[in-house]
Design a protein around this ligand. Structure first.
Ligand code: TYD
Ligand code: MG
Length: 460
């Protein structure tokens, strides 16, 4: 009988150790090691090679002088979904491995099936380990796209069988839903365990690179937002996309977290409807809640998400605290940064916020990291504290420094243009952003400010 070999794997980062350890030497987490059976025979052949006889690998492994390498503009596969193309940096790159992570029920399977069904003139293979053929067909019917001729469906979880089917179908794009359901016969541990996820991904990676076929992998995420399974998974793939949003709301955001072939700050917005996901091509309009009259505590920021400008509504509520320790809570904005801005207001401008509860909310379920939102956050906070509504026709774009100075932000022209397009009368920007801007070019009043005092003077 062959001797089975086992090893211990850190469930957090995937570190492998021959013996059990209390603390992981790699990620320093405690109690994360679990024994998993790995059966690594010495005559190990890569899974997809052993089952595939198709052609020789397209990749050459000889060293080449750089100027001899012919670079042809990568032939990306364009999908009819413009949001998806943009998030990937302009379409699917042949031979790339893309991981799509997201909470259960957010719509990963819907997005992937929709994609598999809609790319014209491309043979797609949708492999599901989670649903039956009938269930997938039902979903396709719901999407009104059940008749595409060259979309193949496979319900299979063994990578060996998957590679056999890939060989006979010869698809141009492959979707795997989900990596946690796959298992490779090279390893004996259960599907979804760290060593299985790693091994299956490695096999898919080898296949993708050597056959030049793109593979899109769905991965579940755990409660704390990490993709279930080891962090190494994210290192192995070329692109990591996060599909996020509130399950009870209709809007979904597809965000590139890592992208070897494009910008990693790109963002796509979708609306979940009864018959699938629809692209939202003008997101600024949905981010601004419809209001008849202006209210205190609301300010509009002109943001950039990736290369796209986006008007975002910031809501703040500042009210006297009922308890000894005032609450500070923010949704969609870094709490540490909120504390910093509050400290600037308190120390530099004498606002008594130490005894007030402060709540901050970015509407639309977005998480904003662009520092240009600072100015809108401050304006919303003071507007709520003073109970004076801001003019609903003004937008803000500026970073606030520790001494209350307003700092310049990048690509301010684009932000101004977006505010102008949406009908705002004025936009507050840093004085230092004025260089190179011709205010007469715009049909919107540009209000340069050097520090917070200037802002307060003109608003309150
Ligand atoms: P699903 O793609 O199964 O999520 P995941 O694969 O990320 O777990 O999406 C499930 C949710 O989407 C489910 O609550 C039903 C809803 N849905 C729609 O609202 N419209 C649709 O057309 C489809 C197919 C699903
Ligand atoms: Mg699913």
């Amino acid at each position: 009988m062959a001797k089975t070999k086992s090893a211990y794997f850190c469930q957090s980062c995937g570190y492998e150790s021959p013996k059990w350890l209390g603390q992981c030497p790699s990620c320093k987490q405690w109690n994360t090691f679990v024994e998993e059976v790995v059966d690594k025979g010495s005559s190990r052949v890569p899974e997809w090679r052993s089952s595939t006889t198709a052609g020789s690998p397209k990749r050459t492994n000889k060293a080449a002088v750089i100027h001899e390498i012919v670079y042809s503009e990568e032939k990306r596969i364009l999908t009819p979904d413009h949001e998806f193309n943009r998030v990937l940096g302009g379409g699917i790159v042949p031979g790339s491995l893309v991981l799509i992570g997201g909470e259960p029920g957010i719509g990963k399977s819907t997005l992937m099936l929709q994609l598999a069904l809609s790319i014209p003139q491309v043979k797609t293979l949708y492999i599901s380990g989670e649903e039956s053929e009938q269930q997938i067909k039902m979903r396709a019917e719901r999407l009104n796209q059940s008749s595409k001729a060259n979309c193949f469906i496979l319900t299979e979880t063994s990578t060996q069988n998957i590679f056999k089917q890939i060989e006979s179908v010869q698809p141009d794009v492959i979707v795997i839903d989900s990596i946690q359901t796959l298992h490779s016969s090279q390893i004996e541990s259960a599907p979804g365990s760290v060593s299985q996820v790693k091994e299956c991904t490695a096999e898919l990676l080898r296949f993708a690179k050597e056959s030049d076929t793109p593979v899109l992998i769905v991965g579940h995420i755990t409660k704390d937002g990490a993709i279930a399974g080891p962090k190494v998974l994210e290192h192995m793939v070329d692109t990591v996309l996060q599909f996020e949003g509130d399950r009870h709301h209709v809007y979904r955001i597809l965000r590139a977290v890592k992208n070897r072939f494009g910008s990693s700050s790109e963002l796509g917005i979708y609306e979940m409807q009864g018959n699938g996901l629809r692209e939202v091509s003008n997101p600024s309009e949905i981010m601004l809640s419809q209001r008849e009259e202006s209210m205190s505590g609301v300010a509009i920021a002109s943001m950039l998400e990736g290369i796209r400008p986006l008007m975002i509504e910031v809501q703040a509520l500042v009210s006297p605290s009922a308890y000894g320790t005032p609450q500070r809570s923010s949704t969609g904005f870094d709490t540490k940064r909120l504390h910093m801005l509050l400290a600037v207001l308190e120390k530099r401008f004498g606002f008594r916020l130490g005894t007030q509860d402060v709540f901050l909310n970015i509407t639309g379920g977005l998480r904003v990291e662009d520092p240009a939102i600072d100015l809108a956050v401050i304006a919303a906070l003071i507007s709520s504290q003073q109970d004076i509504p801001l003019p609903g026709t003004s937008a803000f774009a500026g970073e606030v420094g520790l001494s209350g100075e307003i700092r310049a932000v990048n690509r301010v022209e684009q932000r101004i243009a977006e505010a102008e397009k949406l009908g705002f009368d004025g936009i507050f920007i840093s004085k230092y952003n004025l260089k190179g801007i011709d205010p007469k070019k715009y049909n919107i009043a540009i209000r340069p400010v050097a520090n917070l005092e200037d802002v307060f003077r003109s608003l309150f």
